[in-house]
Design a protein around this ligand. Structure first.
Ligand code: BMA
Length: 796
């Protein structure tokens, strides 16, 4: 018997620190102090202009959250205060009595409080000490730990990127970030339910391991059912653990996207009237650590992944609906895996549940990133407790494929000059090589674990050795031209990225005053080391130097899309030697120039549209004198591969048709006949390659060296249901034609971008908007534009 009562009403927050005059501000629970102060009008929006710079006092201060609730005795034997998440260094007080102290955002807490509850009014207070001060104090005590950032995040178990990252602001939060409430119960309750799913031939077996907390020692009955199979087991007097095994004769399997349906079954476990329910899935997962090949239900899966960062600096704002939107964007771009990156969180139930529903695979980093971490107490115990809890919580989700010890800490230890300053102090190696794998082996033994990423299966080899395990590629972006991706022959690329600015409307909302690449407020929304210079350097020979802000915005966004296209085409064409790419990064947490495909306001950048093309099941890519014909579908791709070398005006100069048949899940690389790859005039010709409904256009020179004619086209915009239909008919070749309707209506979006047209060809764009737009503006630069619109200027 149990009942749950959320305590989410009537909260206020006050500063504890004397020097901060904030008192009794109405507060949201779940929530955090930044969003409370913002809602009360006491601070400016931290995401706008450089307001961030004036808000660091919030993370330095202490905060007390208080509410009063009425209580009248119920019929139960026990009442617990259940805190799903406290951020972070908290003391919980009920009616003046301290019930507990916590210091880990990644854990939940349960305090027995029945003896403290009073008839009538009760006062609950959660006081938060500054997480910054806490971390600094531990750093002082335990000694410096080198890392990529100066902030002391390794000294507190809290979302690391909250302290600032190379795409995120430093906004150190405090608050009750997940639900809090009173749970009353009698007799016994389900303290822990841990289903382990395995296949036994065609049968699916679920071993449900249950731990019970008892108020009375009487015998009990535990029941479980799934897919029409029910089993009951008696619990004898005093018995606190049990295993219930269910065998489902021929369940439908859970498959990742592109391989089958993500079938799931409701598993219900009952103890008296207490019930625990989750959607589980029947599937197997294996990882060959050397080849880094993920095999699901016996099928090797090519991972088309994206890295996921916390979608907001204030995670309580990330609703299920918002996740569904973001996941929809991932799915529509052809993504099949999300890597939850180690500088963030163990995400919400909604996150893994939605992923399971959509057939999206999840790779979960334990939250350690880009730094050495102390292994001394209290951290060792905190990490053990957090990992035990989170492994148990997340293990039931069929979407979860893989546990990973950390992000880049093995590489950091090997390569980033940590060992000397560490002077033998702990750095986290014991967590990744010992503690975490032993917890996974005990609690979630069927799921693969790797100690970190990048990593090599053989510990004797460098973590970045491309011949085994994963690599992260960051010399491109930081130093090298993106064509350097072609020098890599990796097994699996778990991170690689290239920056581009956010959508125009996002930047316009985030920054007041002049929009210029180097305007101080625009630069505030660029956190990467030397970021804007790298954006320009990255244009290389590929695109002209931008003159105006509008050109800078378009060309750097376009270059981001092209760089990632180049890399993904390379790595997919290496399958099955290479079995996956995880793009850095899908999303942003605020408006910023970053590696993301979807910006901080949720707008899709040109990179997103490019991803949809290069993450499609079927891909054509011209690579030197070969065409890679990539078929990552479960049916053969056959037809006539049509290769035509043409003038820029579209006139054929040489033609070849080759019959191809590419087996399911494989790559063919027909060589291009010499007549096709040898232009008479590299600046005046192009190559079209088509097969079925796919077409790709390749040039023989980089854009600034191509003799593009000034763009000429006929464009019209018609009002249609839900927006506009924009039709563009090319009179000249149009290179990477794009439409940016958010420049006219921030809420407007378009269904396609970066279309290259030959003379006479037509592209139709669908613009979604409720506004009435200026059709002249909608069909002219800078809203509608292409690379060669100022060709004469470009060629100079
Ligand atoms: C990788 C990530 C992040 C970072 C990104 C871009 O190292 O793990 O730490 O944001 O590079 O620099």
């Amino acid at each position: 018997m149990s009942s749950y009562r959320p305590l989410h009403d009537g909260w206020t927050v006050s500063a504890v620190s004397q020097d901060v005059g904030v008192k009794d501000v109405p507060a949201s629970v779940p929530g955090c102090v930044h969003t409370d102060l913002l809602a009360a009008g006491l601070i400016d929006d931290p995401y706008l202009d450089d307001n961030e710079n004036r808000l660091s006092w919030i993370g330095d201060a202490g905060w007390a959250y208080t509410t009063t609730f009425t209580w009248s005795g119920d019929e139960h034997e026990r009442t617990d205060l259940v805190c799903d998440g406290l951020d972070t260094v908290a003391t919980v007080t009920l009616n003046g009595v301290v019930v507990g102290s916590t210091a880990n955002q990644h854990r939940s807490y349960r305090f027995p409080v029945r003896h403290l509850l009073r008839e009538g009014a009760n006062t609950l207070t959660v006081t938060f000490d500054s997480a910054v001060a806490y971390a600094e104090a531990h750093k002082e005590r335990l000694g410096f730990r080198p890392g990529a950032y100066a902030a002391p995040y390794p000294f507190v178990r809290k979302m690391a990127c909250n302290f600032g990252w190379d795409w995120g602001p430093a906004l150190v939060t405090a608050g009750i970030w997940r639900p809090i409430g009173l749970e009353s119960w009698s007799g016994a309750r389900l303290a822990e339910v841990r289903p382990q799913v395995r296949m036994d031939g065609p049968a699916g077996v679920v071993d449900v391991r249950v731990r019970v907390e008892r108020a009375t020692e009487a015998p009990l009955t535990l029941a479980a059912d799934v897919a029409g199979v029910s089993v009951e087991v008696p619990l004898a007097t005093g018995q606190r653990t049990a295993v219930v095994s269910l065998s489902v004769p021929e369940p439908l399997l859970w498959w990742p996207r592109g391989y089958g349906e993500p079938n799931r079954y409701e598993l219900t476990v009952r103890l008296g009237d207490a019930r625990w329910q989750r959607k589980i899935g029947f599937r197997t997962v294996e990882l060959e650590r050397d080849a880094f090949r993920l095999t699901v239900n016996g099928e090797p899966v090519f991972v088309r992944g994206v890295n996921w960062i916390p979608d907001d600096c204030f995670p309580s704002r990330v609703t299920r609906e918002r996740l569904a939107g973001r996941f929809g964007q991932a799915v529509d771009a052809g993504v099949n895996l999300l890597r939850v990156w180690g500088g963030g969180l163990y995400e919400s139930e909604d996150f893994y549940d939605l992923a399971g529903e959509l057939g999206l695979m999840v790779w979960q980093d334990f939250p350690f990133a880009c730094a050495s971490y102390p292994e001394e107490e209290p951290f060792r115990s905190e990490v053990a407790a957090e990992a035990r809890e989170q492994v148990v919580r997340l293990a039931p989700h069929p979407s979860l494929m893989l546990w990973c010890g950390n992000n880049e800490n093995l590489e950091g230890f090997a390569d980033w000059s940590w060992q000397e300053p560490l002077e033998g102090r702990s750095w986290g190696g014991g967590f990744y090589h010992d503690l975490l794998p032993s917890i996974v082996a005990e609690l979630d033994p069927a799921r693969p674990y790797i100690p970190g990423s990048p990593f090599s299966a053989d510990p004797a080899r460098h973590p970045l050795d491309p011949s085994s395990g994963t690599i992260h590629i960051w010399d491109v972006w930081n130093r090298e031209d993106y064509t350097r991706y072609a020098a890599y022959t990796p097994r699996f690329v778990a991170e690689f990225g290239f920056q581009g600015p956010p959508a125009y409307a996002t930047l316009r909302r985030a920054v007041s005053g002049e929009l210029a690449a180097d305007a101080p407020l625009v630069l505030h929304h660029q956190k990467a080391d030397d970021g804007n210079a790298k954006l320009l350097r990255g244009l290389g020979d590929h695109l002209p130097r931008p003159g105006s802000f509008d050109d800078w915005h378009y060309l750097t966004q376009l270059n981001q899309a092209r760089a990632m296209t180049f890399g993904i085409e390379r790595f997919r064409s290496l399958a099955p030697h290479c079995m996956g790419t995880i793009v850095w990064q899908l999303n942003d947490c605020w408006p910023v120039t970053s590696w993301a495909a979807v910006d901080g306001d949720g707008r899709r950048k040109p990179l997103w549209y490019a991803l949809r093309r290069v993450y499609a099941d079927r891909l054509l890519s011209v690579q030197g004198d070969e065409v890679a014909v990539v078929n990552d579908a479960d049916t053969a791709w056959r037809g006539e591969l049509l290769l035509v070398r043409r003038t820029l005006g579209g006139e054929p100069l040489a033609k070849e048709a080759v019959q191809v048949e590419v087996a399911p899940r494989s790559v063919a690389r027909p060589a291009l006949p010499a007549a096709l790859v040898t232009p008479e005039d590299p600046s005046g010709e192009l190559l079209t390659v088509s097969l079925g409904d796919r077409r790709t256009v390749a040039f023989f020179a980089e854009d600034p060296a191509v003799a593009f004619p000034p763009a000429a086209y006929d464009a019209s915009a018609e009002r249609v249901e839900g927006g506009y239909r924009v039709t563009v008919t090319a009179r000249t070749v149009l290179r990477d034609l794009a439409l940016f309707p958010d420049r006219l209506d921030p809420a407007a979006s378009v269904d396609d971008l970066l279309v290259t047209l030959l003379p006479g060809e037509t592209a139709t764009f669908h613009v979604t908007t409720t506004e009435s737009l200026d059709t002249e503006a909608l069909t002219s630069p800078p809203v509608l534009r292409c690379v060669n619109e100022h060709a004469t200027a470009l060629r100079r």
